[in-house]
Ligand binder design. Structure first.
Ligand SMILES: Nc1ncnc2c1ncn2[C@@H]1O[C@@H]2COP(=O)(O)O[C@H]3[C@@H](O)[C@H](n4cnc5c(N)ncnc54)O[C@@H]3COP(=O)(O)O[C@H]2[C@H]1O
Ligand SMILES: Nc1ncnc2c1ncn2[C@@H]1O[C@@H]2COP(=O)(O)O[C@H]3[C@@H](O)[C@H](n4cnc5c(N)ncnc54)O[C@@H]3COP(=O)(O)O[C@H]2[C@H]1O
Lengths: 141, 141
């Protein structure tokens, strides 16, 4: 019975709200995105459009990989490339009423999951650490 | 009963063996470590000493943060700084006979955990994705 309780639990309590989520915009240049990633310390962050909808995510690795030349990192190119041209567009999204079971399955291969509302507006993210913490709490009992 | 079965399970089946784990050495310069991190795509990797013992872990963020000047990333300094001087030394380690319960608790705040044998030699790593996959398999039944 307790299994069913956990797996059907709603995820809304676990969501990190969008105001607390570091993000960048599609048209931002890569030097801006790299600075946000270094300052925040995050590996990857969501990319939003002007209507506050999630369009992808960007990581330090995608940025550095895009300027890795034969001999060195061509840092001078960072200002001329947009986030949109190197970001990862194939990212998981869940609705706010998704079950914990769905979030667990998705988190196996994704460190965080973007959460949207019914109108596809960005609500926040769900992270592996919060999923693991809830499982730990549940299995402890 | 099944709870107890999962929590007391040994972690040995979940370990990614050391031959498959990207790593660097203490005395490597940062430009070498950054290249390994970009080529492998990993966020952070273990740092080993000459006796194949884990001494810490290094990430793209620690490397870039260490050369972030007021105006730009001072890439020319990368060759003169060693991994040892910027790596994170406070990392979790578990022994090969640790229980799943201990691995779950540790993984809440650490994306991967270094595993050592009785003589403190590096055996491999345990990742959040493998912990989440086992939990998912267990809760599905
Ligand atoms: N400032 C901090 N304070 C405390 N612990 C920190 C931390 N930064 C990182 N960590 C720890 O390191 C893990 C990996 O972070 P990473 O940045 O690679 O990967 C992160 C990052 O890419 C993204 N993320 C998390 N919080 C975010 C936020 N507020 N804004 C944007 N992205 C976020 O979700 C991924 C998974 O996060 P998760 O919490 O599961 O897992 C985090 C967390 O356990
Ligand atoms: N080449 C690849 N193929 C398939 N999926 C990939 C992948 N690279 C990354 N991922 C996915 O992205 C997650 C985060 O990877 P990240 O590099 O930030 O964080 C990684 C990385 O820092 C480290 N790691 C994993 N495998 C490693 C290896 N063979 N050597 C060195 N470090 C490794 O452990 C962290 C957690 O790994 P985890 O598997 O839980 O979680 C991985 C995995 O779900």
């Amino acid at each position: 019975l307790k299994h069913r309780q956990l797996m059907t639990e709603e995820i809304s309590d676990l969501i990190i709200s969008h105001e607390k989520v570091a993000h960048v915009q599609l048209q931002n240049p890569l030097d801006h995105a790299l600075l946000i990633l270094i300052k925040s310390g995050y590996t990857a962050i969501p990319v939003l459009d002007k209507d506050y909808r999630v369009q992808g995510q960007i990581s330090k690795n995608e940025i550095l990989d895009s300027i890795l030349g034969l001999e060195r990192l061509e840092m001078e190119r960072l200002h001329d490339i947009t986030v949109e041209s190197v970001m990862n567009k194939r990212i998981p999204r869940l609705k706010t009423d998704a079950t914990f079971a769905k979030a667990l399955t998705t988190s196996i291969n994704h460190p965080f999951i973007c959460i949207e509302n019914e109108e596809a507006a960005f609500v926040g993210i769900l992270t592996r650490s919060s999923i693991l913490a809830l499982i730990h709490h549940y299995l402890q009992q």
